[in-house]
Design a protein around this ligand. Structure first.
Ligand code: SAM
Length: 287
């Protein structure tokens, strides 16, 4: 069988069916088997592992994942590619589900494929136009991921891995680091895709764990959103509307900032997750 990542094989598969890569669906296919192998190795799958793959495309990762895991459930939005995969990868260990991964219930998709509570990982070369919502869906799903290994745009990886105060630190960094230990596993040049995208990529591994901070999640994220929605405003001003929503006085807001040792004139981008948590708890004392 030809390598699913050989450029000539990909060109022929698409040509035979009168297809071409759909830019609007983020279709950039991996054409480097070495990168595929390294991504799959970082998932550290076991014989009884199940894998949810988002956007299998032409099956570059799917094939190797199915060699290493008990079952791969792959969600593909493009009906042409879903049909092509069913024809080209007839493998009982691979279940192709046609649909929008943002809209489908992953729990239902997995359950209907027969998943009970086997070790579960998410592995994907994500479509770039919806990377952040897909990552947040994975982290908020409550599914017991052993690992989430995803290829994303390099800039998104930098935001996920950023430290407080750096230019990349923001709501995505805080959200990802709230749920998981995050590490960079691979830098990937744009040249290993067909067609080649305008940006480089990176593979990031998330190891979900219990949050390390104690503020209640919903309120913590409300404070983070408020701080970053108005990035250029001082914290005091950015948090005023939320304080209003929570029926808190400006004095209470200022007092909470002071008790946390936070300069009211500073901006959200300098606060760590721990500081956001402490601030949320102080604010909630007045609710
Ligand atoms: N996994 C393949 C590879 O590495 O060569 C393809 C990766 S390509 C970057 C992204 C894939 O996600 C495409 O096959 C695209 O059709 C699919 N896709 C885009 N939006 C999707 C969505 N909302 N739900 C599921 N799949 C989606």
């Amino acid at each position: 069988m030809p390598q699913p990542t050989s450029p000539s094989h990909i060109a022929r598969l698409l040509r035979e069916r009168g297809l071409s890569a759909k830019k609007g669906l983020g279709q950039n296919f991996l054409v480097d088997q070495n990168i595929v192998r390294r991504i799959v190795e970082h998932a550290a799958l076991k014989e009884d592992s199940w894998v949810l793959e988002i956007g299998p495309g032409l099956g570059a990762l799917t094939n190797l994942l199915a060699e290493r895991a008990a079952q791969v459930v792959a969600v593909e939005i493009d009906s042409d590619l879903a049909a092509l995969l069913r024809d080209t990868l007839p493998n009982p260990r691979i279940r192709i589900v046609e649909g929008d991964a943002l809209k489908l219930s992953w729990e239902e998709v997995l359950a209907s494929a027969g998943w009970r509570d086997e070790p579960l990982s998410l592995v994907a070369n994500l479509p770039y136009y919806i990377t952040s919502p897909l990552i947040m869906k994975a982290l908020e799903s409550g599914l017991p991921w052993e690992a989430v290994v995803v290829m994303v745009q390099k800039e998104v990886a930098e935001r996920m891995l950023a430290a407080p105060g750096s230019k990349d630190w923001g709501a995505l960094s805080l959200a990802v680091q709230y749920y998981a230990e995050c590490s960079l596993v691979l830098k990937v040049p744009r040249t290993v895709f067909l067609p080649s995208p305008a940006v480089d990529s990176a593979v990031v591994k998330l190891a979900p764990r219990q949050p390390l901070v104690s503020a209640p999640r919903e309120e913590l994220f409300a404070v983070i959103r408020a701080a970053f929605q108005q990035r250029r405003k001082t914290l005091r001003n950015a948090l005023k509307p939320l304080a209003g929503e929570w029926n808190l006085s400006i004095e209470h807001l200022e007092g909470a900032l002071a008790r946390c040792g936070i300069d009211p004139q500073s901006r959200g981008e300098v606060l760590s997750l721990e500081e956001f948590s402490k601030l949320t708890e102080e604010l909630l004392k007045g609710v």
